[in-house]
Design a protein. Structure first.
Length: 320
């Protein structure tokens, strides 16, 4: 009985956004909660962790990060998605910090910028800026993992393994989780080379549930970090993932059934007996799908049911 309680305590279930536009419009938040502060307080009364997706698109200011901590309970954990430029994604020029926009003129055409288009000294400064912004969460014990999610075209290669080593070097203060989105990382001899690299630098392999396509990564469980494990649920919308140019919202428009979640419940319990903490994060962020499935998973795991909001938070929000 003690072991079951211990396993349950080290499993944190949450979603990969609390401010997604379709979630806000779904009616999940009580009427009257129209400000970000109130929504985060409500969310943190339902779940013990969240993944901050907005940091992938733009780096917040330090005041915003401190406010996140102030609006949530002391045991609530924020998981940060690395800024897109750090994972080979392009970003809008307007999303760069103001000091960097002054140094780099807007690109022609799409207005999007690649990491390679930033002068090398400024790349270092950009990373230091990002690190300085999120480090307070780490220092306060309020940060879970820092997610580096590679793009689908980034397959296994010498260049990519060197990149992994560089990530491990610069992100030393943080618990780093790596999500690959190209099957070549797990093919043939690449698999052990990749996993050995993660183990060497204590980087967590992100276990995924996603559509089974020719290029996607299978839902295999590899534990590579002593600090914990991350499981991310992307949904199984095979049709949209197969269609080039499908809208992001359409790709994640998938509601898991309880029958689909039960095997994962068993796997997560098993994983939790081998690591310090497991983050089970639902990224099927279409309307209220992610929060519904996260609530289901908590119930399956025997955790406090969603909706049983902390009384103190109820009072703060004026909901009781």
């Amino acid at each position: 009985m003690k072991q079951e309680q211990k396993e349950g305590d080290n499993i944190l279930v949450g979603t990969c956004s609390w401010a997604d536009r379709t979630l806000v419009g779904s009616g999940w938040y009580p009427k009257g909660l129209s400000d970000p502060s109130g929504r985060l307080k409500f969310y943190s009364g339902q779940f013990r962790t969240v993944e901050v997706d907005s940091t992938f698109y733009a780096i917040p200011d330090e005041a915003t990060v401190y406010n996140w901590a102030a609006r949530t309970p002391p045991d609530f954990r924020f998981n940060i998605k690395a800024f897109g430029l750090f994972t080979f994604h392009s970003v809008n020029h307007g999303s760069l910090p103001s000091w960097l926009r002054k140094e780099i003129p807007p690109p022609d055409g799409s207005g999007r910028l690649k990491f390679s288009e930033i002068p090398r000294p400024l790349r270092v400064e950009l990373w230091k800026y990002f690190e300085r912004v999120i480090k307070p969460l780490h220092q306060m014990g309020r940060m879970g993992y820092l997610l580096f999610q590679l793009p689908p075209w980034a397959g296994f290669s010498k260049r990519m393994t060197e990149y992994m080593r560089r990530v491990a070097e610069v992100a030393t203060p943080f618990k780093v989780a790596v999500e690959v989105r190209n099957r070549t990382w797990l093919e043939g001899s690449n698999r052990e080379k990749f996993l050995d690299l993660l183990r060497e630098f204590n980087l967590a392999y992100v276990i995924v549930d996603e559509p089974d396509l020719e290029w996607t990564v299978p839902p295999e469980r590899f534990l590579t970090a002593s600090w914990g494990s991350v499981v991310r649920f992307h949904g199984r919308n095979r049709e949209s993932w197969s269609r080039r140019g499908a809208p992001v919202q359409e790709r994640f428009r998938y509601l898991y059934s309880e029958e689909e979640l039960i095997p994962w419940k068993n796997s997560i319990h098993e994983i939790s007996s081998q690591v310090s903490v497991v983050y089970a994060m639902f990224n099927n962020c279409f309307r209220n799908y992610a929060v519904r499935n996260a609530s289901q998973m908590r119930s399956l795991l025997g955790q406090k049911l969603p909706g049983e909001i902390d009384r103190g938070i109820q009072q703060d929000l004026g909901l009781n």
